[in-house]
Write a new protein. Structure first.
Length: 589
C-alpha cells in the first residue's frame, strides 16, 4: 500500500512545476506559430456578438488559455483598438474555449488492450512527441518548425507533470484526514467554491487547476459532491489574471476585468443555486460516485455552456453593470501612445504591427511638418506657420522617445528572426523620421533669417531653389507614401530621386560660385543658400534610408550596403531609367 509522505509532497511539487511549465511552453509555441494573426483577427472584430463568441471560443481553444485571451481584450480596450461592448461575447466564447485543455488532459483515462487503443494513451504518445520536439529544436533552424517543436515538447512535459502529480497523490486515498477533508467540502459546497477560487487565483490558470484536480481524481477518492463546487470555484479564480492586468489601465479596461468577474460569479450563482435545489429535491445518485478526468472535463464544459446560454441574452445588462460599478471620468483624455501597451509585449508579433501603425502616425505628422517648412521658402515668411512647425517637431520628439523605448523592450522579447530584424529596421525608420522633423525646424530658421535680414536671392537662384524645393517635396511624398502603403515599387524610386537632389545641390552651389565671381551675389547670401541646400540634401538622405529600411523589412536577408553599392545597376532595379526621368523632371536653366 502506497503512503503519502514528504517525498510524495516533493514529487507533487515537481510534477506541478513540470505541468505549469509545459502549459506555458505549449501556449507560447501556439501564439508564436499564429504569428500575431489571432490578435489581429480579434482586434479587427466588428460589433457582431455571435462572431465575437465564435472567435473568443476558437482563439482560446488554440492558445489554450482564457486568461491570455482576456488579457488581450484588456489591452485592446485600454489602447482604444476595441470598444467595451465588443468584448463581452468574446469573454463568453473564451470561457468555453478554455475547456478544450481539460478534454486533452482526460486522455490519461483511455484504456484498452488492443494495440491501436494503446497508441492513444499518454504513456505511449507523450514520449514520442517529446522526443520529436527535442530533435526538431536541436536540428532545425526554421522558426516555424521550432514553434511546432515547442508545442510538442510543452504538451509532453505537461503530460509528464500530470502523471507525476497523479502518482504522488495516490497514497492520499488511504489517509483518514484526506477523506475527512473531502467529506467536509462535500457537505460545504461554499467552502469548496472558495478553495477552487483560491487555488486558481494563485496559479492564475483554470486549465492548470482543473488539470491538478484531474490528476488527483485518478486516486478514485474524489466524489462529485467535492469536485463540483471546486470546479465552480476554479472558474471564478481564473478572473484574477485580467483583474491584475487591468489595474494600471484606463476605466474601460477595468470594466473589461469587471465583465470577466461578473460573467463567472453570476454564472456560478445561477448554476449552483439551480443545481443544489434540484439535488435537494431529486437526490442525484451520482453525487457519491468518484469523478474521473473525463467527468471533470464534462462538468467543466457543461457549466460554461449553461452559463453562456443563460447570460448571452443579457450582454447589454452586464455591460451596464460594469459601467455602473467602475466609475470613471465623463471624458478621459485620449492617449495617442495607448497602442504601445505593455500588455502587448506578451504578444510580440502583434506588438510589432502596433509599432508599424504608430510609426505611420509619426510619419504623417512629420510629412506635414516638412512640407509646411518648404512652403516658407516657396511662399515667404509666416510667423504662425513657424510656431506650428516648432510645436509639431516637439510632438514628433515625443513619438520618437515613446516608440523607440517600446521597440527596444520589444526587441528583448521572443521574436522570430524576421520580426526581430523588423524591429531593428523600425528603430532606424523612427530615427530618420525624427531627423527629418529636426530639419524642418532648421529650414524654419533659414526662412526667419531670410525675413529678418531682408535677404533677396537673384532671379536665377530663386528659380533654382524652386526646382530643388519641388524635388524635395516630391521625395517626401514618395517616401512617406511608400512607408504608409508598404509599397516596395515606390520605395525603389526614392534612391534615384535622392541622387538627382544631390546633383541639384552641387549644380546650384556651382552656379552660386559663378555668380559670386561675376559680382552678382554675396558671401552672406551664399551662407544662407548653403544652409538651405544642406538641409534639403539631409532630408533626401533620410528619405533614402527609410526606403532602404522598407526594402530590408520586406526582404529578410537584404543588405543595405549591398543595395546602395549596386543600386545604379540598370536592369535589376531600373535605377538608370528613374534617374534620367527625374533629371528631366527637375531641370536647372
Amino acid at each position: 500500500m502506497e503512503k503519502f509522505d514528504v517525498f510524495s509532497i516533493l514529487t507533487l511539487l515537481g510534477g506541478l512545476a513540470l505541468f505549469l511549465y509545459g502549459m506555458e511552453l505549449m501556449g507560447d509555441g501556439l501564439k508564436r506559430l499564429a504569428g500575431g494573426k489571432l490578435e489581429s483577427i480579434l482586434s479587427k472584430l466588428t460589433a457582431n456578438k455571435f462572431k465575437g463568441f465564435l472567435l473568443g471560443f476558437v482563439v482560446t481553444a488554440i492558445i489554450q488559455s482564457s486568461s491570455a485571451t482576456t488579457v488581450m481584450l484588456v489591452g485592446f480596450v485600454n489602447s482604444g483598438i476595441m470598444k467595451l461592448g465588443q468584448v463581452i461575447s468574446i469573454v463568453l466564447g473564451a470561457n468555453i474555449g478554455t475547456t478544450v485543455t481539460a478534454w486533452l488532459l482526460s486522455s490519461s483515462e483511455i484504456s484498452g488492450t488492443l494495440w491501436w487503443t494503446k497508441l492513444f494513451k499518454p504513456d505511449t504518445f507523450t514520449p514520442i512527441l517529446t522526443a520529436i520536439g527535442v530533435v526538431i529544436i536541436m536540428m532545425s533552424k526554421s522558426d516555424k518548425k521550432k514553434n511546432i517543436a515547442s508545442i510538442l515538447l510543452g504538451f509532453g512535459i505537461l503530460m509528464f507533470g500530470m502523471d507525476a502529480m497523479s502518482g504522488a497523490v495516490n497514497g492520499l486515498k488511504d489517509m483518514p484526514q484526506f477523506q475527512n477533508l473531502l467529506v467536509f467540502f462535500g457537505n460545504n459546497p461554499v467552502m469548496g467554491i472558495l478553495v477552487g477560487t483560491l487555488l486558481t487565483a494563485v496559479i492564475q490558470s483554470s486549465s492548470a487547476s482543473v488539470g491538478i484536480l484531474q490528476a488527483m481524481s485518478l486516486t478514485g477518492a474524489i466524489p462529485f459532491t467535492t469536485a463540483i463546487p471546486i470546479i465552480l470555484g476554479q472558474n471564478i479564480g481564473t478572473t484574477i489574471t485580467p483583474v491584475v492586468s487591468a489595474i494600471t489601465g484606463n476605466t474601460d479596461s477595468k470594466r473589461v476585468a469587471a465583465i470577466c468577474v461578473y460573467t463567472k460569479i453570476i454564472g456560478v450563482i445561477i448554476v449552483a443555486t439551480v443545481f443544489y435545489i434540484l439535488n435537494a429535491i431529486m437526490d442525484f445518485a451520482f453525487m457519491s460516485q468518484a469523478v474521473t478526468p473525463v467527468t471533470i472535463a464534462f462538468v467543466h464544459t457543461l457549466f460554461n455552456i449553461i452559463s453562456t446560454v443563460v447570460l448571452f441574452p443579457f450582454l447589454g445588462l452586464i455591460e451596464k453593470l460594469a459601467i455602473k460599478t467602475i466609475k470613471g471620468k465623463k471624458k478621459e483624455e485620449t492617449n495617442e501612445f495607448a497602442t504601445l501597451d505593455k500588455r502587448f509585449l506578451d504578444m510580440p508579433e502583434f506588438a510589432v504591427e502596433q509599432c508599424h501603425d504608430i510609426v505611420n502616425k509619426m510619419a504623417l505628422i512629420t510629412k506635414d511638418c516638412i512640407i509646411d517648412s518648404i512652403s516658407l521658402i516657396d511662399n515667404g515668411y509666416n510667423e504662425a506657420l513657424i510656431k506650428k512647425i516648432r510645436n509639431t517637431e516637439d510632438t514628433v520628439d515625443q513619438y520618437e522617445d515613446k516608440t523607440s523605448t517600446y521597440l527596444v523592450k520589444l526587441g528583448s522579447t521572443q521574436l522570430s528572426a524576421q520580426k526581430s530584424k523588423e524591429v531593428s529596421e523600425l528603430l532606424h525608420v523612427v530615427g530618420d523620421v525624427e531627423r527629418i522633423s529636426d530639419h524642418s525646424v532648421n529650414i524654419c530658421d533659414v526662412a526667419e533669417e531670410i525675413h529678418n535680414k531682408g535677404i533677396e536671392f537673384s532671379e536665377q537662384a530663386q528659380k533654382d531653389i524652386m526646382v530643388i524645393s519641388r524635388a524635395v517635396r516630391d521625395i517626401i511624398n514618395l517616401t512617406f507614401s511608400a512607408l504608409e502603403l508598404e509599397d516596395l515599387s515606390l520605395a525603389k524610386k526614392v534612391e534615384p530621386l535622392e541622387q538627382v537632389i544631390d546633383r541639384l545641390k552641387r549644380k546650384i552651389k556651382a552656379g552660386h560660385i559663378e555668380r559670386l565671381k561675376e559680382g552678382n551675389c554675396t558671401v552672406e547670401l551664399g551662407f544662407v543658400l548653403s544652409d538651405l541646400l544642406t538641409n534639403y540634401e539631409r532630408v533626401a538622405d533620410h528619405c533614402s534610408n527609410i526606403a532602404v529600411c522598407l526594402l530590408e523589412i520586406a526582404n529578410g536577408s537584404f543588405d543595405t550596403h549591398e543595395y546602395l553599392n549596386h543600386v545604379k545597376n540598370d536592369g535589376e532595379n531600373d535605377f538608370a531609367l528613374f534617374y534620367e526621368a527625374y533629371k528631366a523632371k527637375y531641370p536647372l536653366n
